[in-house]
Design a protein. Structure first.
Lengths: 116, 862
């Protein structure tokens, strides 16, 4: 609480979109925290950087809200890692968030492409 | 959803710290591996991974936040931490909690009294609509009973009131188990219970027809006496009880909350006699009324003002709210003391704020550290305020304990002289008040230091390591706080000093008699068995005869009234003169037996005293006091002149002049006084006065036996020493001066602690500077002057401020004072001297310590 919210700079995430991105990544396959950060960065073409400082609180939040589940597993290179996967509620939430996002993006686009 | 979340949180929170640590280290290892693969050295990869991840602790905190239940949990955490901090600094904790307890204790005690006496509503329906109608004849009688004639006319002619009732106290003698008891009762208009809105518990109240003269003797009993003397038997309704020699029928029992007027336990209908209404000058009843809905006090007053000239010549009447009638004269004193207690609390707060400031310097590093690892300013503020509120609440809890002690002692000291005081308790409302005040003050004194601390530039603090000397602004804030304390203390000291001076002036006033070794008691003979004057005289003579013969009795006498207690005022007409033509000159009117002047040691100025030969059969004689002699016979000898009392009656001859005796307390001027021989004009109600050779209270049994030997059914009441009777009239002055003095003392001690604190701190800060000065050969006296000079600047500033403020509020005290100006220069001077000396002493201790500093130690300190 209390840290100042600032306008996001280039590459920083718009407030509230991190949850959606995490859900999207996990809808493809179950993954660990580091992997989620990696995947978002790669897929966005190195533009979106996920700060670990906000990733883990977000993961806990989603977990406690019952949108994702977690279990310990072993990673590709044989390391122990905590894997997250979507729950049924998480899938429903992802659909809702995506629709909302698309509406929002389209609305913003219309405003920005206004001619006069 | 939220309930599910709650369960998940509960299930996970304990284990999650470990989980997260594992998860984070896995993450870090993954990052590290990646950097290594990009070709970094092991060392560089680890650093890069850590930098990439960021502040691990902060992430942990944020994750933990997800598991918390928000504000409540943070509060609990802060409270735990606050308690730990207090335990770690027991000295600081002890002082702050003690100071707080004193402040809260003083304020809450006064609040209990003010609440219990003034603010608690009277136990009647819509008490705000009830008024008293007081008659007055200024300036001698500002508030007086009404005459039944006026009262009856008001009842007929006014339209402002939905009801109008009269009451008059009437003592009853109840005999049960062979033991006579005097019971406080009242004659009341039949509609009084209905007017006040009080219904009987059992039975009924009076019927309108029972108000008429000769309509039969009925009574209402109070709950207490019904339980005490009638074993709470509901069957008593309709039965007859013998009171003061007459048989009364009990018609109802009133609830335990009802004891109006004063402490009445038995009520009987007013039943005005033809004699009651015979004269307009017969001021014997109090009138009470309920305003009709929508009618204001002013409208009722206007109506009464129109009626009065037709009823009376010199008397007018005022409509006074009921609460003002009973508590009007205490209100100022009580609020003044409440205000004073509030000032003590304020000083306590300022003091604690100062202590917090001082401690703040040692906590600066801790706070900076918290900020450095990511605590926001709001979070730090919250934590600091929680700590101070904790101090305030612990202090407040102790303060409530002090309140019990304070309320208890005030009640025992003042029980009889302040109405409703005995019902005052430390009620839930009082406790709520004190909790509220504690929290509020906790925030108040915590805010300034907390704001300052949370604003600190952390780089600065961390680098300094808490060793460098502080910026001047902090010392300035503390100095300002101490100056405020001094100013507030001055206000209290000035008030207390002036009240004490007034009290000592009152105590210097001579009463005109010698109250030492004098016992007094009241006797009310039942009119039924002592109807005739000669019966009354016979009782008195027989009683005096017995008591005179008893051991340890120096002298004994009877009087119809006692100085400082009650006396009737009568109108005097001098033979052939026109002063006070209509109602006469008002004078205190005593009817005494010859021994009275010997018992009271009132000097004879000229002429003679009464003797046993002044009887009903001999010519009527009177004595007058010096004031009357001086006022009405300035150039002639009053002896032999004649006067009439409550005329037109008959002329009495003045045979002597005696000394003035104070009647209405020591503060009031003595009125003209006239004494009649009891044997020439006896009555059934009177006081016995006994002069003892030793402790007067030892004579109580002698007196009681003397009375019961003559009449077994005759009770004694109001047994007291004359000194207590006088003391009673001064309890309020004593209370005001005593409590204010106590508060002022507290204020002075707190201010001294404050001064000591700020000087000690500043000396500690300047240890190095002082060391350097000493090393360079500075004079010790010079350094002493330097430090004391700082003290004095502070004190003089506060003193000036305080003196200005106390002159400002001095008007409040004016009406409480006797022959002292509220701005009495001598008092203001002496409290200034007192304050400066205490302040110098408080500053001297740290100053002397500074001089003992060895230069080497001081220099090494940095």
């Amino acid at each position: 609480m209390g840290r100042k919210k600032q306008t996001p700079g280039p590459g920083e995430l718009v407030q509230g979109t991190l949850d959606m991105l995490v859900l999207k990544v996990l809808s493809v396959e179950k993954m660990h925290g580091w992997g989620i950060a990696q995947r978002i960065r790669q897929v966005s073409g190195e533009i979106l950087r996920v700060e670990e400082g906000s990733l883990y609180p977000a993961l806990r939040r989603l977990e406690l809200d019952g949108l994702i589940d977690a279990e310990w597993g072993t990673s590709d290179n044989n390391r122990r890692a905590r894997y997250y996967q979507l729950t049924r509620a998480g899938r429903r939430r992802l659909v809702a968030e995506r629709n909302h996002w698309q509406d929002l993006a389209a609305a913003i686009a219309r405003v920005m492409e206004m001619v006069r | 959803m939220s309930l599910l979340r709650f369960w998940r949180v509960l299930g996970r929170r304990r284990r999650d710290d470990t989980t997260l640590r594992d998860e984070v280290s896995a993450h870090l290892r993954a990052l590290e591996e990646q950097y290594r693969m990009e070709g970094m050295s092991a060392e560089a990869a680890r650093t890069a991974a850590r930098r990439q991840f960021g502040n691990v602790t902060l992430v942990q905190e944020d994750v933990r936040e997800e598991f918390s239940f928000g504000a409540l949990e943070r509060l609990a955490q802060d409270l735990r931490y606050g308690l730990r901090i207090l335990r770690a600094n027991p000295g600081f904790a002890f002082f702050t909690v003690l100071i707080m307890a004193l402040g809260i204790g003083a304020t809450t005690t006064m609040f209990s009294i003010v609440h219990g006496v003034l603010l608690r509503p009277l136990p009647f329906r819509e008490p705000g609509r009830i008024v008293m109608l007081e008659e007055k004849w200024l300036p001698r009688f500002p508030r007086f009973e009404a005459s039944p004639r006026d009262f009856l006319r008001w009842q007929q002619e006014t339209t402002s009131f939905s009801g109008l009732a009269a009451f008059k106290d009437l003592p009853f003698t109840l005999i049960s188990d062979e033991r006579p008891e005097r019971i406080v009762g009242a004659r009341v208009s039949a509609n009084l219970p209905a007017l006040l809105g009080v219904a009987p518990v059992i039975g009924r109240t009076f019927r309108p027809e029972e108000d008429a003269y000769g309509s039969g003797l009925v009574i209402l009993l109070g709950d207490n006496i019904w339980r005490r003397r009638f074993r709470a038997d509901p069957g008593v309704i309709g039965t007859s009880v013998r009171l003061s020699g007459l048989n009364y029928t009990i018609v109802g029992i009133m609830p335990s909350t009802f004891s109006f007027p004063d402490k009445a336990e038995i009520w009987t209908p007013m039943q005005f006699t033809p004699k009651d209404v015979a004269s307009p000058g017969n001021h014997i009843v109090w009138a009470i009324a309920r305003l009709k809905p929508g009618v204001t006090h002013q409208q009722a007053q206007a109506e009464i003002d129109l009626i009065m000239p037709r009823l009376q010549t010199v008397w007018t009447a005022s409509v006074i709210p009921l609460a003002d009638h009973y508590f009007g004269d205490m209100r100022l004193a009580l609020y003044m003391l409440f205000g004073a207690a509030g000032l003590v609390l304020l000083i306590a707060c300022v003091n604690i704020a100062g202590l917090l400031e001082a401690r703040g310097s040692s906590r600066q590093r801790e706070i900076a550290m918290r900020a450095a690892i990511g605590a926001s300013r709001a979070r730090i503020l919250q934590q600091l305020l929680t700590e101070t509120t904790l101090i305030a609440l612990i202090g407040g809890a102790l303060g409530i304990l002090l309140t019990y002690v304070g309320v208890g002692s005030i009640k025992t000291l003042l029980a009889t002289s302040v109405p409703r005081l005995e019902d005052v308790t430390v009620s839930p409302a009082v406790i709520m008040f004190s909790v509220f005040v504690s929290i509020f003050t906790g925030l108040l004194f915590g805010l300034a230091p907390a704001l300052r601390l949370s604003r600190e530039d952390l780089n600065h603090s961390l680098k300094a390591g808490g060793r460098m000397s502080r910026s001047g602004s902090q010392t300035r804030l503390r100095s300002a706080l101490v100056a405020c304390e001094v100013a507030l203390a001055v206000v209290l000291l000035a008030g207390a000093g002036i009240l004490l001076k007034s009290l000592s002036k009152i105590l210097e006033v001579r009463s005109g008699m010698n109250a030492e070794h004098v016992l007094t008691a009241a006797i009310n003979l039942p009119t039924v068995s002592y109807r005739e004057p000669h019966e009354q005289v016979r009782f008195v003579e027989s009683l005096l005869g017995r008591l005179q013969a008893a051991p340890d009795v120096q002298a004994v006498a009877i009087s119809t009234g006692l100085p400082f207690a009650g006396i009737e005022d009568s109108g005097i007409h001098f033979d052939g003169r026109t002063e006070g033509a209509l109602t006469g000159t008002a004078a205190n009117h005593y009817r005494v037996t010859p021994g009275y002047f010997r018992v009271m040691q009132i000097p004879l100025v000229r002429g003679r005293l009464f003797s046993d030969d002044d009887t009903a059969a001999s010519p009527p004689v009177v004595l007058i006091n010096e004031t009357m002699a001086r006022r009405f016979f300035p150039d002639e000898d009053p002896i032999g002149k004649r006067l009439e009392i409550s005329g037109p009656t008959y002329m009495r001859e003045i045979v002597g002049v005696v000394g003035d005796v104070k009647q209405e307390g020591l503060r009031r001027a003595t009125a003209p006084q006239v004494y009649e021989a009891f044997a020439q004009k006896p009555r059934t109600g009177f006081s016995v006065v006994l002069r003892s050779t030793g402790d007067p209270m030892h004579l109580v049994e002698t007196l009681r036996q003397g009375v019961t030997a003559i009449d077994r059914s005759q009770p004694l009441s109001d047994v007291s020493t004359m000194e207590d009777v006088i003391g009673e009239t001064m309890t309020r002055d004593r209370m005001s001066a005593g409590l204010l003095g106590l508060f002022a003392l507290l204020a002075l001690v707190l201010a001294a602690i404050g001064i000591y604190g700020v000087i000690a701190y500043s000396v500690a800060q300047r240890t190095q500077e002082i060391g350097v000065r000493l090393a360079l050969g500075a004079d010790r006296a010079h350094i002493l002057r330097l430090i004391l000079g700082q003290t004095m600047r502070l004190v003089l500033f506060g003193l000036t401020l305080g003196l200005i403020a106390s002159v400002g509020v001095s008007r409040l005290l004016e009406s409480l004072l006797y022959e002292v100006s509220p701005r009495d220069p001598a008092t203001l001077l002496s409290i200034s001297v007192l304050l400066v000396s205490v302040a110098l002493a408080a500053g001297l201790v740290p100053a002397l310590r500074a001089l003992r500093v060895h230069p080497i130690v001081a220099l090494r300190a940095e």
